[in-house]
Design a binder for this molecule. Structure first.
Ligand code: F6R
Length: 611
């Protein structure tokens, strides 16, 4: 949440910052701002709303766009204080010599505010972040890095911070605790950002800061210190995302682009991970020997939102294929529930961004309780990937649309591979393993077949674009798929949508059904399909319109409803994948018809870095 970008070099600072903020906008889009240090002066620009509003403000300020030097920018997802120019970052010290951008939450900000006010500080915003600028000003004694380091032990909470001052031309000081900061290495110029999407257009060489690291960044060099101001070294990492991976190309929205990328992103998730000879999977990142895998007695999966839904699909895989009891936890509840972690429990945190605060907390709780932690992340070098120390990357490339699509699919695929590996390590026969390998290899083509029906799905979606409510029902692995379909629809179209196990409908929600409450029934030809047919009849008997996802050629379903989205035949383990793609397209086209801001739905942000 909240995007940070900093630049020091010979290009137009405002130009680089605005461009970076545009690429980070998925992290928050309530307001945006920047500060540029050039010619010994500190210039600022702020705007409420999207980054394009900030761009207009910059364009209207004579000369700002052509200044070289250094600067910091921020796109905000409001936590403390309404979206306004006053609350937009950067925040300034009272003498306006120091500017600060911050991502995270300063939990003791009220106490610090009282202390600073008593010393004569005047606060302009309602944010928690403004205290940082005043504290640094208070500690400043000619050394910006030392002043920033000096205030850190007063800050409780999480932060990724970048600081500039007109007394230090060309210098950006950046620090992290709990909120990501990555330094981008250029030639004769350097960068800092909250995540690598903002850096892709400029460099492939990055340094991920660890908690407590402080960076002093100038065009010529990057110096790293720890909190005691002692020099430290960090590895330079190479980003392997392709140029253009974070661009929209010819698609109207990132979401549609990312939906259509899925045959390739799933191929990337599978590549090199199938072992035909052993009819198993190869997942070297999990760092566990066959003997250690055999000792796993229980699996706990933790995640939020779509990542948790992927985990719920995984639960079916691990129990059915590997015979290992599995539970799925909302990451937000995990540490507060005092979970029981028996010896030999494997905890699998799932997170696209690797920066979700609740999932990070779950990782720490699991590690503290002695679990084996193996993470599933998309973003290389993210906090969860690094803290877990072992795991499986999704290789889905940057996911820019706030609504997760391709990352969800890759999570499910990787969970299936993991279950195959654990299954073959235990009770799964070679022949069953070989069948699964073949099914997994077919997934990209199954997705392609669904994508070919995009226009059909669009037509069906247009018939439902006006509704206020939607129910999604499924059974088996398609139950969590129904939850995911409902989440996709509600988050991007603002239609109230609920996912239920099809059998649960009769335990309450059915009382709502009438002609205004359509039902999306996941009725693929897998075990449970006959029961779903009965559930569709029950819905129709209450006049609820039904859209069905069915296996191609299923006549019985066509007899029940005219709105059928056809999925190629596939097994129950693989069925969630093409089905989810159909549901993504359905949600997308409904939201498009309603004129919604699809890539940046209101109130949401891509990485939820606060609890
Ligand atoms: C929904 C969505 C969210 C995320 C959730 C977890 O489309 O994107 O529900 O899945 O915020 O995010 P990560 O996976 O980054 O931990």
């Amino acid at each position: 949440m909240c995007g940070i970008i900093g630049y020091t070099g010979n290009r137009s600072v405002a130009g680089v910052l605005v461009d970076g903020l545009r690429r980070l906008e998925y992290r928050g889009y309530d307001s945006a701002g920047l500060a540029v240090v050039s010619g010994g002066e500190l210039h600022e620009a702020k705007a409420v709303g999207k980054v394009r509003k900030l761009e207009e403000v910059v364009a209207a300020l004579p000369g700002l766009g052509s200044l070289c030097g250094c600067g910091i920018g921020h796109t905000r997802w409001a936590t403390h204080g309404v979206p306004s120019t006053v609350n937009a970052h950067p925040h300034f010290s009272n003498d306006r010599k120091i500017a600060v951008v911050h991502n995270g939450i300063i939990e003791n900000h009220q106490e610090l505010r009282r202390h600073l006010t008593s010393k004569g500080c005047v606060f302009r915003s309602q944010t928690d972040s403004e205290v940082i600028a005043h504290l640094i000003a208070e500690a400043y004694d000619g050394d910006l890095l030392a002043a920033t380091a000096a205030v850190l032990d007063q800050l409780q909470g999480t932060y990724g911070i970048a600081v500039v001052s007109d007394r230090h031309p060309g210098l950006i000081v950046a620090v992290r605790k709990g909120s990501p900061i990555v330094v981008g290495i250029g030639e004769g110029e350097n960068f800092v950002a909250s995540d690598i999407a903002a850096l892709l257009a400029h460099t492939r060489q990055v340094i991920y800061l660890n908690d407590g690291d402080i960076a002093a960044i100038t065009p010529e060099k990057i110096e790293l210190r720890d909190i005691r101001n002692v020099p430290i070294e960090r590895e330079i990492a190479k980003i392997d995302w392709e140029t253009g991976a974070a661009e929209k190309g010819n698609y109207p929205h990132f979401m549609l682009k990312e939906i259509f990328e899925q045959p390739e992103t799933v191929e990337n998730a599978i590549r090199g991970r199938l072992d035909h000879e052993m009819a198993s999977a190869i997942l070297s990142g999990i760092g566990l020997s066959p003997r250690e895998l055999l000792q796993i007695g229980h699996i706990v999966i933790a995640g939020c939102g779509s990542s948790m839904h992927a985990g719920l699909v995984g639960e079916y895989y691990f129990e059915d294929l590997a015979g290992i009891s599995t539970s799925v936890e909302q990451a937000a509840e995990f540490r507060y529930r005092n979970p029981i972690i028996e010896p030999n429990t494997l905890v699998i945190p799932i997170s696209q961004s690797g920066e979700t605060a609740d999932t990070i907390a779950a990782v720490r709780e699991a590690a503290a309780k002695g679990a084996i932690v193996t993470a599933l992340c998309n973003v290389v070098g993210s906090t969860i990937a690094r803290e877990a120390g072992r795991g499986i990357y999704l290789h889905a490339g940057p996911e820019i649309s706030v609504a997760s699509t391709k990352a969800f699919l890759s999570q499910v695929v990787v969970l299936l591979l993991f279950a195959l590996l654990l299954g073959r390590n235990r009770r799964l026969s070679r022949s069953r393993g070989a069948e699964l390998v073949a099914e997994i290899e077919q997934i990209p083509d199954l997705i392609r077949e669904v994508l070919e029906q995009a226009l059909e799905i669009k037509k069906i979606a247009s018939r439902y674009a006006h509704v206020d409510d939607f129910f999604f029902i499924g059974r088996g692995c398609l139950y969590p798929t129904a939850l995911e379909g409902a989440l996709k629809l509600k988050e991007i179209s603002y239609i109230h949508a609920e996912g239920y196990h099809a059998a649960e409908l009769k335990h309450g929600p059915i009382s709502l059904l009438d002609e205004k409450h359509p039902v999306m029934a996941l009725a693929n030809d897998i075990p449970g399909r006959d029961k779903i047919l009965g559930n569709i009849q029950e819905c129709r008997a209450r006049k609820a319109p039904v859209v069905a996802i069915a296996t191609r050629g299923d006549r019985a379903i066509r007899d029940l409803t005219q709105d059928v989205i056809e999925i190629p035949p596939c097994s129950r383990f693989v069925a969630p994948l093409p089905t989810a793609v159909a549901l993504q397209l359905f949600a997308y086209y409904i939201a498009a018809e309603r004129g919604c801001e699809i890539d940046q739905p209101r109130n949401l942000a891509k990485s939820v870095t606060v609890e």
